[in-house]
Structure formats: C-alpha cells, structure tokens
Design a protein around this ligand. Structure first.
Ligand SMILES: C[S@@+](CC[C@H](N)C(=O)[O-])C[C@H]1O[C@@H](n2cnc3c(N)ncnc32)[C@H](O)[C@@H]1O
Length: 422
C-alpha cells in the first residue's frame, strides 16, 4: 500500500519487474495519473484492477519519488529512478554539474574516475555528461541497480558503469582520480564524526592518496583544523570549496592532488537550476582582518559559504565596509553595492537590546510582519516573537521590518532594518 505522504519500501525484485516491459506499461500509466494527496488512492485502486498489486505499488512509489526529485533534477527527474534514501542523499544537478566541469577541466582527456559510493548516480551522470568516464561503486545492491538504470535512461553506459561492491576494497590503480560523497546519515541519524561516514573518510583518503587526484564531499561544518595545520586529517595540498545553493550551504568539497587549484579556500554560490549561475570567491593574498568600525547605513549578511570559507574579510573589502564586532560575521558599510556574496539591509535604527524598547519601537512604526535574524545573540527567537506580540500571522499588507539581533563586544544590540535592493 502506498501511503499518501510517503512511499513504500522498495526491493530488488520489485524494481526489476518495474524495468521489464510490463512494468514500464504500468509506470507510464501511473505517471499519467493523479498521484497527489487526493487522487492517489483512487489511482492505486484503478491500476490494481488490471495489474498486480506489487507492480502498481512499485510504479506509484517511483512516480512519487520522481515528483519529489524534480526539485533537484528538474525535467530529468521524470525519467530517472530513485530509492527514497538515494534521492535524499543525491547531489542536486546544478551542484553536480559544477563539480563535473572541474573534473573535465583538470583531468587528462582519457582519465577515468573511480567513484566510491555512487548512490543513484547523480554525480556520476553529471561527470559522464561532461565527458569524464567513471566507474561507480555502490554497496547497496538495490541502489546499484537503480544507478545502472539511470545510466541506461540517459544512454551513458559505456563511458560510465556501475560495480556493486564495497568501495573500501577497490583498487584505484589506473584511475586518474577518486571521487567520494560518503553517506553522512545512518539509521541513527546524521553523523558528524568523519570516521563514521560511509565509507569512512580516512579510508577514502587512503584510496585517494593512491591516485593523482581526488575530490571528497564532506559536511560543510568540517573544522579548518581538520584540513590545514599539524592536526589535519588531509595530507598534502587541499582546496576546500564550500558550496551554497540559493543561500543555503550544502556541502564542502575537498579537492586533492591534481584537482586542487592554486587557492586553499573557495566559496561557490550557485543559483538557478536549468541554467545555473555560479559565483566564486577566493582569498585575496595579504588582505588581513577586516577593519572594525561603527554601524554604517547598511548591514550585509554574508552567504553561509563565505562565512564557512573564512572569506568575510574579502566581502568586507569589496564593499568598503568592516565589522562592528570582530568576532561576528555581519559586515557594515556606508554604500549600497551589488554583491552576490551577501544580502544587504538598510539600517533604520541601532538600539541596545531591550524587549520593552523594541515593543514600543515596533508599535510606533505599526510593524505587522517581523523577520528576525541573529548572529552572536543567545535570544530565543520564538519566545521574543511572542513577547513582542508577533506570534500570530499578520494581516496582508502590514508594514514589514527585519529585526537583527547581534552584539558588539558584550553589549547585545538590536538593529531595525529593511532588505535593501541595489
Ligand atoms: C551520499 S550517497 C552518494 C550520492 C551520490 N553522490 C549522488 O549524487 O547520487 C553515498 C552512497 O555510498 C554508499 N556506500 C556507503 N558505504 C559504502 C561502501 N563501503 N562501499 C560502497 N558504497 C558505499 C551508500 O549506500 C550510498 O548510496
């Protein structure tokens, strides 16, 4: 039975039946039916009148996953195959394409990539489309078959192939590079210790050390000490690229050996899916720390990838601004300048933090919709919203305000601001 809000567990036999000609007929019919919340049950019973229940369930599961997959893969999702976990863990097409281009640029023309844990094959597909041949190794037998089916869908078999097996037992000899996007989620939830990644990070790095180049995707929260310095887990030159999509930090990619460029850190911002726009920021040699100054007319909130890559000084320099507190990544300046690397706000008022004072100021301005942001503040935002009388939805058209909670030194500060359009 396919529940309205979820999808049924899949098995290999069911997936193979779906790929067979009879299964494809059911899948095509399911894809053309209403599988939304309200129509799903009726569609399932109608299809079950003519087709085996297991096949109908497998087809509906796949159609539901394809709908979900559209956010990451656009129109391709309607042709792809997924498992629930495989979709969840897969790299968004725009990010995979950006990464694939780097492989295509830096690897020798016939250089092949060994991918350790390829999942449903999103990165593998993107690289093959950029002309880079790969072998994808996948431990989970069903996921491996799903990845192979995806290669067939896009006619990428040949330059790309799937090996079902344990990545930790592979011999990378002869490959130009290793790529790994290890699982960071187990049955017990998200894992933070890279030794608990699947495959584990140290095993991946050992294999990576045996080929001329490598790329490993890790959690964006990876500490800089793990990458550079005496305690670093990574040996040799590494470039860490923090990637955000539409303002949300998605991953850090570690580029090693011949894939490492000539900078250590990079923030990459990707926006748009069909024709992604990629903006990239790297350290300015000799720049030093940003200046510390009083609040200017504008507040700039750097993109999370910029902050993770420790490139706030570069953004401040571009904006002719500085920091009000040297520890807090809010840039302030007097000029409104366009930048993809930060979101600009016009500061209306700078107040010492006080609930009573804020309530009075917001009431005086007849604010109806309040957006709260914070950095360097321990205030409980939900509670503050209630205390300020903003727990309920505001009427349409009510004046809007952005409240920024931060501090300068030990002093808690509240900024009243508006998004600024350049
Ligand atoms: C995060 S997913 C990869 C997603 C892939 N980059 C994509 O975009 O579709 C990690 C995959 O590694 C697989 N895996 C975990 N341990 C493995 C191992 N020892 N050998 C091979 N695959 C493994 C998991 O089954 C999972 O499918």
């Amino acid at each position: 039975m396919v529940g309205p809000a979820n999808v049924q567990l899949m098995n290999i036999e069911g997936f193979r039946d779906l790929l067979a000609p009879d299964g494809q007929v059911v899948l095509a019919e399911a894809a053309a039916s209403d599988v939304g919340e309200s129509g799903l049950l009726a569609t399932a019973s109608r299809l079950r009148e003519r087709y085996p229940a297991d096949l109908v369930a497998a087809a509906l599961t796949q159609v539901r996953l394809r709908e979900r997959g559209r956010a990451k893969f656009g129109a391709d999702a309607a042709r792809m195959y997924f498992t629930p976990a495989g979709l969840e863990q897969s790299t968004r097409a725009s990010v995979a394409k950006h990464r694939a281009k780097r492989f295509a640029t830096y690897l020798p023309p016939a250089g092949r990539v060994l991918e350790l844990g390829c999942g449903i094959g999103a990165d593998l597909i993107a690289r093959t489309r950029e002309g880079v041949a790969s072998v994808g190794v996948e431990l989970d037998p069903l996921t491996a078959e799903v990845a192979a089916a995806n290669l067939t869908v896009f006619a990428l078999n040949g330059p790309a192939s799937i090996r079902q097996g344990d990545a930790t037992e592979q011999d990378p000899t002869g490959f130009a590079a290793v790529f790994a996007d290890p699982g960071r989620r187990t049955a017990r939830g998200r894992v933070f210790d890279p030794r608990s990644y699947e495959p584990p990070l140290d095993t991946i790095l050992d294999l990576a050390g045996r080929v001329p180049a490598a790329c490993v995707k890790v959690a964006p929260g990876i500490p800089h000490e793990a990458l550079w310095g005496d305690a670093a887990a990574v040996r040799g030159p590494v470039e860490a690229e923090w990637v955000s999509v539409a303002g949300e930090v998605k991953e850090a990619a570690l580029w090693l050996g011949e894939l490492a460029g000539d900078v250590g850190r990079r923030a990459t911002l990707i926006s748009g899916d069909a024709d992604p726009v990629v903006e990239t920021l790297t350290p300015v040699p000799g720049l030093g720390d940003p200046q510390v100054r009083g609040w200017g007319r504008y507040l700039y909130e750097p993109d999370g990838a910029v902050i993770r890559a420790h490139l706030v000084a570069e953004v401040a320099a571009r904006l002719g601004g500085g920091l009000a507190d040297p520890q807090i990544a809010y840039v302030t300046g007097d000029a409104l300048l366009p930048t993809p690397f930060a979101t600009a706000y016009e500061i209306e008022d700078v107040l010492p933090f006080s609930v009573k004072r804020l309530r009075a100021e917001l009431r005086r301005r007849e604010v109806g919709v309040l957006t709260v942001k914070k950095r360097g503040s321990a205030v409980d935002v939900d509670r503050l919203r209630r205390d300020l009388g903003f727990a309920r939805k505001a009427p349409r058209g009510a004046p809007e305000m952005t409240l920024v909670l931060t501090r300068v030194g030990r002093d808690p500060i509240a900024l009243l601001a508006h998004p600024a359009r350049v």
